[in-house]
Design a protein around this ligand. Sequence first.
Ligand code: ATP
Ligand code: MG
Length: 593
Amino acid sequence: MDILLPKNSLLKEILLENNRSLILIISLMLLTGLVQATSVLGLMPIVDFVINQEESQHNEITQAVANQLSRLNIPVNILSLGILYLSLVLVRSTILALQKYITTRTIFKVMKQLIYGLYESFLYTSLAFFNTKQYGTLANTVVKETEKASIGFESLAQMIASSISLIFYFLLLLFLSWQLSLLILILTIILLSPSILLNKYVYKVRKKHTEASNLFQGKMYDTLNSLKLITGFSKREDTLREVQPSVNTVAKTSVQFTMVRVLFSLIAEPVSVFLVVFSILVGLNYLSMGISELIAFLYAINRLAVESQGVITQRNNIYASLPSFEQIQSLKYEAENSKESKEGKKITSFSKGIFIENLSFSYDNQEEVLSDINLKVPIGAMVALVGSSGSGKSTLIDLIMGFYLSQKGTLKIDNDFITKISLRDWRLLSGYIPQQPFLFNASIKDNLLWARKEATDSEIEQACRLANAEEFILDLKEKYNTLVGERGVRLSGGQAQRICLARALIKKPQLLILDEATSALDSHSELLIQDSIEKLTGETTIISIAHRLSTIKKATRIYHLDMGRIVEEGTFEELISSKDGFFRRTAELQGIV
Ligand SMILES: Nc1ncnc2c1ncn2[C@@H]1O[C@H](COP(=O)(O)OP(=O)(O)OP(=O)(O)O)[C@@H](O)[C@H]1O
Ligand SMILES: [Mg+2]
């Protein structure tokens, strides 16, 4: 760890990015320090006038001020000196207020930059990034750690302010008595240096705090997402017990950190008293200082002790914020390292289809989840993917959507490799319905408009009709304005699925991807939707994953996946006629043949 400031590239980056504000703040701090020290000097003439009635006993400063006032034809008395002192204090307060305003504004700007920067890197990174991350850590970093880091930045600004004041007070002391000042300097360094050793301890305590906060947020996220499950498994007590250790650690480390701060403030008081008594003894007995000089000196010493304590406390605060800076930095770095390219050929449509050749893929670069896949989705066709659970159907869709990139083989949209086109454009062409339906906690209408904000009411109605959702929506009290609840909990599973389908259809996509989009529906509703979807073929290219084989009877081509390989392919009739094939057996089990 560095003697003056810890090394952290994010902190450095923030300092450089905000260098203009920082220079302004430091300039104002210099000014505040200067006015503050001058206002201490302003005390001296008042003391002289109160204590020493004879002019010959007046201090040099008092004489200089008196001369200046007389030259301006202002009577030199307690009143004028008092007004002068008050004006100095007022100027100091005004500059201080301005400095505080600019500092606070900069701190919140830093917080905004940190939050926004993280949010952006999380949004633009590839989905692979989230495979190894805990949502609790991510949420905690965005919400809590950015705040802690901003406080660290604030401490840095305050430390600079305190250091500047410290220098001014010390210069003032030097001016009043350089011999005593040097003694005070040596004493202060000896008395306060042990506290520097606490930086390491503070860093450790705060690292624990951050780790516990990550855990706690993770538990909180899991709990809120599985309340029904927790209740259904009678796991409320266990859940509460599980969250206890991390909450305890958060509380414990907070107490430890606060106690270190309290300790510092306790050190400052005796140090200050010791220095004051020491100065009185030395100043009066050995240096024969005047009363007004001594009072100014003592006042400055008191401020010196307060500011020294400030510097040490703020420095510790900076160390305390270091774990937050480190966590923000490492997550941001990782997210940006696996960032999706924003570049790529612009596309507004596709005209030939999707062509996959010899494609293999694994999530962790070890075991292949897809092996040697050859598959064509000609434009306007309806292609179906079937196969047992875990065979790699959703993964194949993920690759087609460009969520992951394959390690071997090629995936082309028309004549272009997927790696060469703009993925944003490609996804704008697609209507994707993931396997787990997700709705935002908003009205049905807003959930639909989310996909295409310029959609008209009649387009919304048409999409819902196609998704066989219109009937149940019109039965709801608030119709299209009904709130769906968090993740759509106020709808039935099948209702939510139909809204998800309508949300994809409202985009009028050129490619529709259905990952078991009708799995939660009764056979009758599923058939109705199937009918609507089949009507879209020709105009829309469709990829459909289905467990119920009856829904893919009309597919142009069916691919049967098993353990990541295509083991059968053909039309429904072709596959069904292959007597010992898996497809035929499944069809028999489902009572289709
Ligand atoms: N994010 C992931 N990281 C690592 N492995 C994964 C990930 N997602 C899926 N897998 C693995 O990849 C394999 C294929 O999963 P996939 O979700 O593609 O199956 P699926 O055919 O869609 O199954 P289902 O019919 O149950 O939806 C499985 O063995 C699964 O464990
Ligand atoms: Mg799946």
